[in-house]
Design a binder for this molecule. Structure first.
Ligand SMILES: C[S@@+](CC[C@H](N)C(=O)[O-])C[C@H]1O[C@@H](n2cnc3c(N)ncnc32)[C@H](O)[C@@H]1O
Length: 304
């Protein structure tokens, strides 16, 4: 595929295997990719589907929907399955199914977090390596940007966000410095924020260790997108969108998300957990794609 995306889908073979897509199907099937991103997983799922089947792709980011729409229009063979791409949150799937008369799904995939396309976009400010204006919203029409949040948030609330969502030990010091500085020179760019964090965290940039700004960036991104709330809501609602035998596959990239997914799958009486331990990337994959190193996939099946 001539793919105008920088994003390499993680655990691709494992997603295809665990999706159950190769099982014999008499009825037309519905597969939902709730985090379309660059369309990598979706593309490979579509290749396994028949013309009577449907793939629903959802993303909060309208730019992702536009990019993948163009790509699929240009590249998908005419006899591919039906494809419907919708800008929304995956937690809205029950409403979308009703509104668009989408039948219950045989498989729902959530590949959480952000895509490499978003990470590399200077207008979004997701990465301190790439830099740019500190926005970090998946959907730029919703909520407030990190820049606006930092301009007005109470110091204690900011410290709590950095501690809870970034597990950063120096959260209070970082919050205090941001608040002190905003009187004269507010933090507006990813470069400024990274520089400030590096000054607050001792031993910040030791080669071979994760850059200390990573934790603060993660925390602020989770906060402005209310990411954990979307995951929690989805884990309650999405099992009801599956047919009996339908599968829910969730790939997470940090322990806060993985914990929610693990407990929600275990505690739902309609789900049978198929992966006793989360599935992780092979050594070969982690060598080729460093993003896959922290990926954990859990799979559950709707039993009734
Ligand atoms: C890791 S990427 C997905 C990559 C995709 N699987 C691929 O193969 O290209 C995560 C995507 O999820 C989207 N996203 C994050 N939270 C979302 C939510 N609550 N609902 C829908 N999409 C969301 C992000 O905008 C991003 O495009």
């Amino acid at each position: 595929m001539a793919h105008p995306t920088l994003h390499i889908p993680v655990l691709l073979q494992e997603v295809l295997e665990w999706s159950g897509i190769d099982r014999q199907a008499i009825e037309p099937r519905t597969i939902v990719d709730g985090t379309l991103g660059g369309g990598g997983h979706a593309w490979h799922l579509i290749k396994k589907l028949s013309p009577q089947d449907t793939l629903i792709g959802i993303d909060r980011d309208g730019g992702a929907i536009d990019r993948v729409t163009k790509l699929f229009d240009a590249e998908l063979p005419k006899d591919s399955c039906h494809v419907r791409l919708i800008q929304s949150s995956y937690r809205d799937l029950p409403n979308l199914m009703e509104e668009h008369r989408i039948p219950k799904a045989d498989c729902i995939l959530l590949d959480l977090g952000l895509s490499s396309d978003q990470l590399e976009d200077r207008e979004r400010g997701f990465s301190f390596r790439v830099g740019g204006d500190l926005d970090m919203r998946f959907c730029t029409e919703e909520g407030i940007s990190v820049r606006d949040l930092l301009a007005k948030i109470d110091e204690k609330d900011l410290a709590d966000i950095i501690y809870q969502f970034g597990e950063e030990r120096f959260s209070r010091r970082i919050a205090r410095t941001i608040v002190e500085r905003r009187k004269s020179d507010p933090v507006q760019t990813a470069e400024q924020l990274a520089d400030l964090v590096h000054r607050c965290v001792p031993g910040s940039r030791i080669p071979g260790r994760i850059d200390s700004a990573t934790r603060t960036f993660q925390a602020l991104r989770i906060a402005v997108n209310q990411e954990l709330k979307h995951v929690e809501d989805a884990m309650k609602l999405l099992p009801n969108c599956l047919t009996p035998g339908g599968r829910l596959l969730v790939i997470s990239f940090h322990s806060l998300e993985d914990r929610i997914v693990k407990h929600a799958m275990r505690d739902n009486e309609h789900l049978k957990v198929l992966t006793k331990k989360p599935i992780e990337a092979s050594e070969e994959e982690t060598n080729e794609n460093s993003r896959s190193r922290s990926a954990k996939m859990r799979v559950a099946e709707r039993c009734s």
